[in-house]
Design a protein around this ligand. Structure first.
Ligand code: NAG
Length: 524
């Protein structure tokens, strides 16, 4: 055991003693306790975290306070250390820290916590979650309820129809953060409704104000009806709607507009086109002033108005050429060409590196070759040139790369690589920088997200355990560190490979404006 590890163990032991004295109201759970705890408690907020994560540390005191306040209401707050319980976190689809989810007495269908990370917000959000998701309406309350939010779904069923009542409650439970739900069983109102019971009417403040659903009263069908109806003919891309568009399963056409006048011009002008392709392409405006930085993800320059179609499933981008004037007619032509399948997606890539070194440089044009089309375990760092954590990782990544690259046997089985994901289109969904993924030989279609520590030893252990080839570089690492402890540390900085230098040139801090835009774009 390293002396550092001994110290760490001691400190955790001591922290444990301290915690017992303070009696935290946050339940720290291990994998084998998790399932039972979730199913035994009606409402649980779960935090999946890593001890080194700054946002998690900032959340900790707020989380503690909220846990204490919610204790009497029977609402439990738990946390799971993903560096310890990595299998559980992977099963829960945790991709960034902290990840917060709301469970309601079942392991199925947890919903993401979308409130703010302050104790008061956590308390009010969770109390709201504990109230029924469906408001029971009467003939006195129904009219005002119909217009009390942008999207309101009301179910009409008979008082003895328990099954429809339960179905609708479970739909509302899973979508309670997105829309408002009401139900009515007053015979007179149900009789007079525009839908035969059991049925649903969605009321909206945009497009057609009332849309009737009279198909089978089943969870999946009704859910998909409500979700589709809630998307306006020409909506708006923003922090609240972005995820919905990305998961809609059909392409999204973005219209970047600056100001209300442009917005109205395009929403009115493109109505016909949007109706024609309804259900096949979503059309939406996006506020170029607030979210202009998103244009770069679509390979557009920040010049407005602008237009692009994104194939959300394959993440392929089709930007409208920006040296032409953007008119309604041009968008119509462009869209038809896209639909016909004649159009080639645009691919953003840095130039191919002239030669590869201990850390392979991936760009969009060699991604398939280095990552997918081979029989090696490929560990990839997705980074951004302006990201501080990535810079801190760079020398360690070089040391790691050298460890495998300089050993003939290892080099045949393992590649350490990196890609600037802001300058190259990659098929992976990257939620933060750096993101590290292992594309193990023979399992390239199911890369493993790395969530462990960021020391060379940690990566070596991970490759040994999770790589298909089980390459064990533990001894080689110990040897190299013994031989030249100082050299190993400085190698990455003093003598970078040819490809490394190229990348370094671009390593400029973002300007304040760029940083601000980046953080906006992150919010999308
Ligand atoms: C649905 O069932 C619940 C629980 O039995 C009941 O309180 C509620 O009134 C029912 N909803 C309607 C609209 O009748």
């Amino acid at each position: 055991m390293h002396s550092k590890q001994v110290l760490f163990t001691l400190m955790t032991a001591m922290a444990g003693v301290g915690m017992a004295a303070d009696a935290s109201d946050v339940h720290q759970l291990k994998s084998d306790e998790f399932d039972a705890f979730i199913t035994d408690n009606k409402l649980v907020l779960a935090e999946f975290y890593a001890p080194w994560c700054g946002h998690c540390k900032a959340l900790a005191p707020e989380y503690e306070t909220a846990a204490t306040e919610l204790k009497d209401k029977g609402i439990k707050l738990i946390k799971v250390d993903c560096t310890e319980e990595s299998d559980l976190c992977q099963k829960q689809g945790v991709e960034g820290y902290p990840t917060l989810k709301v469970f309601r007495g079942s392991l199925d269908g947890p919903t993401p916590y979308t409130g703010q990370r302050k104790s008061a917000s956590i308390v009010s959000y969770m109390v709201k979650q504990s109230l029924p998701a469906v408001s029971v309406l009467t003939k006195e309350t129904i009219e005002s309820f119909k217009t009390s939010d942008k999207v309101v779904a009301i179910a009409y069923f008979n008082a003895d129809d328990k099954k429809s009542n339960e179905t609708f409650s479970s739909i509302a439970d899973s979508l309670r953060d997105d829309y408002l739900f009401g139900a009515i069983s007053d015979p007179a109102v149900v009789e007079a409704a525009k839908v035969k019971a059991p049925g649903v009417i969605v009321y909206r403040t945009f497009d057609e104000p009332e849309t009737v659903y009279d198909g089978a009263f089943e969870k999946d069908a009704v859910t998909s009806f409500i979700k589709t109806t809630a998307i306006p003919l020409i909506g708006e891309v923003g922090p609240e709607t972005y995820a919905g568009y990305m998961s809609a399963g059909i392409p999204l056409a973005y219209i970047f507009v600056e100001g209300d006048e442009q917005k109205t011009k395009f929403t009115d002008g493109l109505r016909k086109l949007a109706i024609k392709h309804k259900g096949k392409i979503n059309f939406a405006t996006i506020d170029a002033v607030a979210f202009g930085a998103h244009a770069q993800n679509l390979n557009l320059e920040q010049k407005w108005p602008a237009f692009a179609i994104q194939e959300t499933v394959k993440n392929a981008k089709f930007p409208f050429e920006q040296d032409k004037e953007l008119t309604i007619e041009e968008i119509e032509k462009f869209t038809e060409k896209f639909v016909s399948g004649e159009m080639k997606p645009s691919i953003k890539s840095e130039p191919l590196p002239e030669k590869q070194g201990p850390v392979h440089t991936i760009v969009a044009h060699n991604y398939e070759d280095i990552v997918i089309n081979n029989d090696k375990d490929v560990l990839v760092e997705f980074y951004a040139h302006w990201c501080g954590h990535c810079k801190a990782l760079a020398p360690k990544w070089e040391e790691l790369g050298a460890l495998y690259y300089n050993n003939k046997e290892f080099a045949e089985k393992v590649i350490i690589a990196k890609v600037d994901a802001t300058l190259n289109d990659v098929p992976d969904e990257i939620q933060g920088f750096p993101t590290i993924k292992l594309f193990a030989a023979g399992k390239k279609d199911a890369p493993i997200d790395y969530s462990g520590g960021r020391n060379v030893e940690d990566f070596v252990k991970f490759l040994k355990e999770s790589g298909t080839h089980k390459v064990d570089a533990t001894e080689a690492l110990a040897k190299s560190q013994e031989e030249a402890p100082a050299e190993a540390e400085s190698a990455g900085k003093a003598a970078p490979a040819a490809t490394e230098e190229k990348t370094e040139e671009k390593t400029a801090e973002p300007t304040a404006e760029e940083a601000a835009k980046e953080s906006k774009h992150d919010e999308l």
